[in-house]
Design a protein around this ligand. Structure first.
Ligand SMILES: [Cu+2]
Length: 173
C-alpha cells in the first residue's frame, strides 16, 4: 500500500512541475553585447563581450566567433572576475573586413539552456544577419510547457488519481 508520504511527494512533484512550466519565460536572457548586434565597425574589435540578465553556469556556457565560411576567429567563456557571473568575454583576431557571427550556448543558474547567434561587421559590405535565439526582441517569447513536461505532468496526474482511487476503495472495504 502506498503511504500518504509518497502520495504527498507525488502531489508536490506535480505542483512544482506545473509551477516551473508556468514560469518558464524567466530564463537567462542576453541583454547587450560589445560589439552590438548589427553594428558595422570601422576599426576591428579585439574582444567580444556578452552580458546576460542573470548568472551563468561557467561550466556550461561559452561562445565562439566565426568569419564567413565558418573560420573561427575567437572564443569566450564566463568572465569569472565579474562577481555576478553574467558576462562572457573572449579575445578575437579580426583583420579582414567582413561579417562576423557570435554563436553562444549558455546555461543559467536555473539550469535552463539557451543558445543563439548575433552578427557584427568590420567594414562589412554584405548585409549583417539579424540575431537569433536569446536576443531580447527575437525568439525569447514566453513558452508553454514542453512536450516532455506535459507528458510527465500527465503521468503524475494519472498516478495521483490511481493512488487516490486505491486509497478510497481501500477505506470502503
Ligand atoms: Cu529558465
Amino acid at each position: 500500500m502506498l503511504t500518504s508520504g509518497l502520495l504527498r511527494a507525488i502531489a508536490t512533484a506535480g505542483f512544482l512541475l506545473a509551477a516551473t512550466a508556468s514560469t518558464a519565460s524567466a530564463h537567462v536572457e542576453l541583454i547587450s553585447s560589445s560589439p552590438a548586434a548589427g553594428a558595422n565597425l570601422q576599426s576591428a574589435p579585439t574582444e567580444v563581450t556578452i552580458t546576460f540578465d542573470d548568472e551563468l553556469d561557467p561550466d556550461a556556457s561559452a561562445f565562439n566567433v566565426t568569419a564567413a565560411a565558418d573560420v573561427e576567429v575567437g572564443a569566450g567563456e564566463v568572465d569569472l572576475t565579474v562577481a555576478d557571473r553574467n558576462v562572457m568575454v573572449g579575445a578575437v583576431a579580426i583583420t579582414e573586413p567582413g561579417v562576423y557571427t557570435v554563436t553562444y550556448a549558455v546555461t543559467g543558474v536555473d539550469g535552463h539552456a539557451i543558445e543563439g547567434t548575433f552578427s557584427f561587421g568590420f567594414q562589412a559590405t554584405a548585409q549583417i544577419p539579424d540575431p537569433t535565439g536569446g536576443e531580447p526582441d527575437a525568439a525569447m517569447t514566453p513558452r508553454g510547457p514542453s512536450g516532455s513536461e506535459l507528458i510527465l505532468l500527465g503521468v503524475l496526474s494519472l498516478i495521483l488519481a490511481g493512488v487516490t482511487a486505491v486509497r478510497f476503495l481501500g477505506k470502503r472495504r
